[in-house]
Design a protein around this ligand. Structure first.
Ligand SMILES: O=C[C@H](O)COP(=O)(O)O
Length: 256
């Protein structure tokens, strides 16, 4: 049985005050919640503060980050290494988010390189994949997801996905309030799992596939009721402690 993972991607939002309030509120809202891994990815500037706040709380919130670079150390101005993330207790690292693919021109190959680098350093990649609206309308959704996954599978072997998390995020659903329906998302999640199963049934059975794109407290239960939706990568709704905790609780409830 796959263990659900609900992760909050805070994107470029935060201040010391906001991080403190959000993590304190989340710790309280998650009291007694079991059966779901809850992770947050604050901006890297706030990892130190977040690590300290999480260690003072009771909720076992997992710390993550929104990106990693591909060098270990040296003359790479502005880069962040896996060991730096580990130094602050961050374990679940988002890579390949469509915003980085678009605004920072990150290719499938570059994202795969990040994937390998995270694995090499014992970190958990949260690999985002997903199609644009135009690709969706052209019926290319599954092919796009397969191509993005194959950049990892064909260079590192399908077993590289063991212990990693895949986040299916249709770009047209991100921040738009227009989430995929539970049925639409289930269909694509099943196709993604089938694609992985064409390499290894065992890996496909165990890999966590999150849905991301306008997940809210109001649509979470419906999404998590689907057999191939193992959690969520949440943007906007993760900035509210109560709302995000409600999403985590819905996952725990649905996957009992
Ligand atoms: O990483 C999270 C996603 O981009 C979803 O963002 P959203 O929940 O604001 O639509």
């Amino acid at each position: 049985m796959r263990h659900p993972v609900v992760m909050g991607n805070w994107k470029l939002n935060g201040s010391k005050e906001m991080v403190t309030n959000l993590l304190t509120g989340l710790d309280a809202a998650l009291a007694g919640v079991e059966g779901v891994d809850v992770a947050v990815a604050p901006p890297v500037m706030y990892l130190d503060l977040a690590q300290r706040l999480i260690s003072q709380g009771n909720s076992n919130i997992i710390l993550g980050a929104q990106n990693v670079d591909v060098n270990a150390s040296g003359a790479y101005t502005g880069d962040i290494s896996p060991e730096m993330l580990k130094d602050f207790g961050a374990s679940h690292i988002i890579i390949g988010h469509s915003e980085r693919r678009e605004y920072h021109h990150e290719s499938d190959e570059f994202v795969a390189q990040k994937f390998a680098f995270l694995k090499e350093h014992g970190l958990t990649p949260v690999l985002c994949i997903g199609e644009s609206e135009a690709q969706n309308e052209a019926g290319e959704t599954v092919a796009v997801c397969a191509r993005q996954l194959d950049a990892v599978i064909k260079t590192q072997g399908v077993e590289a996905l063991n212990g990693a998390i895949i986040a299916y995020e249709p770009i047209w659903a991100i921040g738009t309030g227009k989430a995929a329906t539970a049925q639409q998302a289930q269909e694509i999640h099943a196709a993604i799992r089938a694609h992985i199963a064409s390499f290894s049934a065992e890996v496909a059975k165990n890999v966590v596939i999150q849905y991301g794109g306008s997940v809210k407290a109001g649509n979470a239960a419906e999404l998590f009721a689907m057999p191939d939706i193992d959690g969520a990568l949440v943007g906007g709704a993760a900035l509210d402690a109560e709302g995000f905790a409600a999403i985590a609780k819905a996952a725990a409830e649905a996957k009992k």
